[in-house]
Write a protein that binds this ligand. Sequence first.
Ligand code: PHE
Length: 332
Amino acid sequence: MIEEIKKYREEASAAIEAASSLVELETAERSHLGKAAPLQGLKKSFGSLPPEDRKTTGMALKEANVSLAAQLANKKADYEKAERAKQLESERLDLTENTEALRVGRSHIITQAMQELEDTFVGMGFNVAEGPEVETDWHNFDALNIPVGHPARDGFDSLFVDYGAPGSTLLRTHTSPVQIRTMLEQKPPIYVITPGRVYRRDTADATHMPVFHQLECLVIDKDISMAHLAGTIEAFTTSYFGDGFTSRLRPNYFPFTEPSAEFDIQRPDGSWLELGGCGMVHPNVLKAGGIDSEEWSGFAFGFGIDRLASLKFGVTDLREMFSNDSRFLAQF
Ligand code: PHE
């Protein structure tokens, strides 16, 4: 029987050694060390051994089992370690893997246009002034020589705010009320631009938005004439649009300027673009701003920024600029 023990032990040891995975190792364990294994079956034959042989045979069997169990445990430990390492590796979250560059935001095209316009005017010596978007009807109309009942009031399609007396508070319809605020705050000479958001009761379409942006320019100084106005618009035109561009004034009417004009920009291809309104500040407006019209005179002009930006960036529908679709905005 000693011979059989040796044989089965060698077979079992070889099988354990040959197992190349934890699963194969368990199979080897079952068939060579399990209850049904030939080595274990030998125990049943112990009774037929001569008593003097039982001890040595028993020792040999025990030794075989102990040594095989140790071999098995060693190998099992190796495989378990390897498998755990493999699992850890496969479940590892590689936090350094995200190589896509961080997405950096950008200024909206209106903001870009506004900043570029500001830079142009600041370069010409102007300061930037701001006023509130929710205005009193006095700043938005009365002080600008548009008293109650004046037909020009209706033309502005105002959005009134439910605050104070009915009709007394509104979302400013233009940046011109900032002319008044600036005159009341600063002493002449005044050279300011006032960019900002304005509101009108308009249905959104390709060329109109109920919320849009204007830039107003105000100059108050001694002996300011229409020539200064035309010259400033021309200087701005070439500085902002480029050398091939020029400008012209056409007579128009605004209650807050006298005389008043509309100004257009001519592109290098000869086509004209209507840009905004302008004129000499009306004496009533100077008076509302606390400025002596005998001593000082001035000019003002204002234009919309949105259409300018849409032309510059080749946007054909103003609504797209405010859809907040990042795929659209990321193009500029
Ligand atoms: N405020 C006028 C508008 O919104 C534009 C303008 C500004 C005209 C300054 C003359 C002087 O239409």
